[in-house]
Design a protein around this ligand. Structure first.
Ligand code: ADP
Ligand code: ADP
Ligand code: MG
Length: 653
């Protein structure tokens, strides 16, 4: 076994790998960027090496710098995690040329699976079913339109170099084909530097079912399937293992196909074969097709770990160190059911915009596995993926594992950023999902119901006001000697666009009366046991935290109130309307406006890229550009001013 490995990654996956490595007695070297000097993954390592600036291109993507860090710290092997350099064959070659071991497959195996068209051709040869379609070299639009007509609409256009759902377009009829093709090609060119596409039959009522494989370079085993059908814009949201409603014969057929795929390319290490499955009318042995292979450890690997009892990172280290596969196929078994939910800093109500912030408070309940790369007090920065944690539960049956997930989400406390916690809870309460009726369209169909948020009740306003006024703390030691005068105070709170004044009367050390504007008076009572909190009419009030002017009550997915300072309010609000701000942290890809230019409402002024998506920023009204405050290539925070229009008064003059 290695004595020391370097982890060329950050965040939860770097922490996850460090945990297993250290448990195996292997020393861990972390690398970090300027933005990550105090990050959790640095604290999780035995030693850490600074490798450059915050942007990934200046640090986590600098292969030579990372290899130099490994050599100077005495590491014998490099684990790439996922993302960044994990599927980069040139990096694998450079690692090996430096005399180090790459903990993953060979450069040749990665290359074979790197492009979707070549991978499909190879899999077809190996006897693995592939999605019907065209994956040849000819790319003329008229030719591709003919192939689409032959395949039959609806079809899916995919970038051959694609990933993360980029460069993919669903086309439902022939008239829409040319436009969809052009936009897929230009997105693919921008994102991957390769405009080539393939055309596939679009499987209706599709399910995404993938098989975890593990190879030693010659032979491979599979560790059963994961169902990742709960997706939003082709991004996984909740994953589970095994797949609901999977007949044993289909499981075996898919497992055999996946092992054939891995063995066909002499695969070593952990990999995933993704299949698209026709979910209409139940799973069938002739109803699954190869989509692509991910030649790395996958984000959702923990659900496989929980149903098999295998530590996949331990297997990765052992196989990379030259040991045989720890278990044979017949020794692997499924035990129970597992779910994983991806908790993100994102604003669900604003179309799932990625968010940033300092997580002043972060806590997970017992009864779940929480894989996280941040701790209370850490920041979600604009430079990286805004994932906060993966929450994973296991149970003897699907129902029990799901009930445990609902409980885990209900007990998760995050303050300091908006999150998708409420959305995840709503998904776990969805009846179709609970019944195992999953397909990749579920979230989009029921989105309105899933993003609806429970509004704060009067009792929440009352509690928030009492907390804001500092009245819910522990009893002062001198309480007994105080002369408790009935005392009236009030505070203005804002919550989801609504502002209300709440009057609070102190009736004694353990009794308050709070009256939210327009509502009835509520009596808050301190509970008898020490530090047991407060109650209203017998109902125990939830925990809460205050961070600056934000007060979060941990009821449901959390209710955030802003404490309004009457002085500050008068000052703001004057300059609004003229400035186009970044709605989320991201990279400014292009600016289309120049000072003095007249613009019309709806004109595209700039293009912002964030979280695998491009967002056009539009002029809100007709006007003249006064100032351009950023240049293409700049990394900006949410709320940064990008372009200023002239005052309407200024213009009229
Ligand atoms: P997967 O399809 O493996 O479940 P995702 O859909 O979450 O992964 O991510 C899509 C791509 O983005 C993958 O290539 C993954 O490796 C990468 N990725 C996801 N999260 C991160 C992260 N925190 N840092 C870097 N890359 C990431
Ligand atoms: P990426 O490399 O971006 O992950 P994939 O080829 O893995 O691209 O596809 C991503 C998602 O798109 C799948 O998980 C599935 O939801 C959907 N998808 C892909 N191919 C098809 C298809 N032929 N029919 C229906 N849905 C598909
Ligand atoms: Mg995929």
């Amino acid at each position: 076994m290695f004595q020391t490995i370097l982890i060329a990654n950050r965040g939860e996956i770097a922490c996850r790998i460090a945990r297993t490595a250290r448990a195996m007695g292997v020393r861990v070297v972390a690398v970090y960027s300027d933005a990550d000097a105090g990050a959790a993954h640095v604290a999780a390592a035995d030693r850490a090496v600074h490798i450059g600036g915050a942007a990934p291109a200046d640090s986590y993507l600098r292969g030579e710098r990372i290899i130099a860090a490994a050599l100077e710290s005495g590491a014998e092997a490099i684990h790439p995690g996922y993302g960044f350099l994990s599927e980069n064959p040139e990096f694998v070659e450079a690692v090996e040329a430096a005399g180090l071991v790459f903990i993953g497959p060979s450069a040749a195996a990665i290359r074979k699976m790197g492009l979707k068209d070549a991978a499909k051709a190879l899999m077809q040869e190996a006897g693995v079913p592939v999605v019907p379609g065209y994956h040849g070299a000819e790319q003329a639009p008229a030719f591709l339109a003919e192939r689409a007509a032959e395949i039959g609409y609806p079809v899916l256009i995919k970038a051959v170099a694609g990933g993360g759902g980029k460069g993919m377009r669903l086309v439902t009829h022939a008239q829409a084909f040319d436009d969809a093709l052009a936009s897929a090609q230009s997105e693919a060119q921008g994102a991957f530097g390769n405009p080539a596409v393939l055309i596939e039959k679009y499987i209706e009522q599709p399910r995404h079912i993938e098989v975890q494989v593990f190879g030693d370079g010659q032979s491979a085993v599979h560790l059963f399937e994961r169902d990742c059908s709960l997706q939003r814009r082709h991004q996984k949201v909740i994953e589970e293992a095994p797949a609901p409603g999977m007949p044993e014969a289909v499981r075996q057929a898919m497992g055999r196909a996946a092992v054939r795929a891995a063995e066909a390319i002499g695969y070593a290490g952990a990999g995933t074969i993704e299949f698209i499955v026709d979910g209409a009318g139940g799973l069938r042995e002739d109803g699954f097709w190869f989509m692509e292979m991910n030649t790395r450890l996958q984000v959702e690997h923990p659900v496989t770990e929980l149903i098999t009892g295998v530590d996949l990172v331990e297997w990765q280290l052992r196989v990379a160190a030259g040991q045989p596969l720890p278990l044979a196929q017949e020794d692997l078994q499924i035990s129970g059911h597992a779910f994983e939910a991806r908790l993100y800093a994102e604003d669900v109500a604003k179309g799932f915009l990625p968010a940033t912030g300092t997580l002043g408070h972060l806590a997970f309940p017992d009864g779940c596995r929480a894989d996280s790369g941040v701790r209370s007090g850490d920041a979600i920065s604009p430079f990286y993926d805004p994932m906060i944690a993966k929450i994973i539960t296991h149970g003897p049956s699907r129902d029990i594992a799901l009930a445990r997930m609902r409980a885990a989400l209900a007990g998760t406390q995050v303050a300091g950023s908006v999150t998708n916690l409420g959305f995840l809870s709503a998904l776990c309460a969805h009846q179709g999902f609970a019944a195992g009726q999953v397909d990749t369209g579920l979230i989009a169909r029921d989105q309105a119901q899933l993003v609806a948020r429970a509004a704060a009740q009067d009792v929440d306003w009352a509690q928030a006001a009492a907390a804001a006024l500092g009245l819910l703390g522990p009893l002062p030691e001198t309480a007994g000697f105080h002369l408790w005068q009935p005392m009236a105070q009030s505070v203005v709170l804002a919550h989801e666009g609504l502002e209300r004044r709440v009057a609070v009367q102190v009736l004694g050390p353990d009794r308050l009366m709070a009256t939210p504007e327009g509502g009835a008076a509520l009596c808050l009572q301190r509970r008898a046991a020490a530090d047991a909190g407060w109650q209203v009419a017998g109902e125990i009030l939830p925990h809460w935290v205050r961070l600056g002017e934000d007060l979060t009550l941990f009821r449901g997915a959390g209710l955030c109130f802003a404490v309004i300072d009457p002085l500050q309010r008068a000052a703001s609000g004057a300059a609004a309307g003229n400035v186009i701000e970044a709605p989320m942290p991201g990279l400014v890809r292009a600016v289309f406006a120049a000072p003095g230019q007249s613009v019309a409402a709806g004109d595209r002024l700039a293009l912002l890229e964030a979280m695998k998506m491009e967002h056009a920023l539009l002029a809100a009204r007709d006007g003249t550009v006064a100032e351009v405050l950023v240049a293409a290539g700049a990394q900006v925070e949410a709320g940064a001013a990008l372009i200023r229009l002239e005052d309407e008064a200024e213009e009229a003059a």
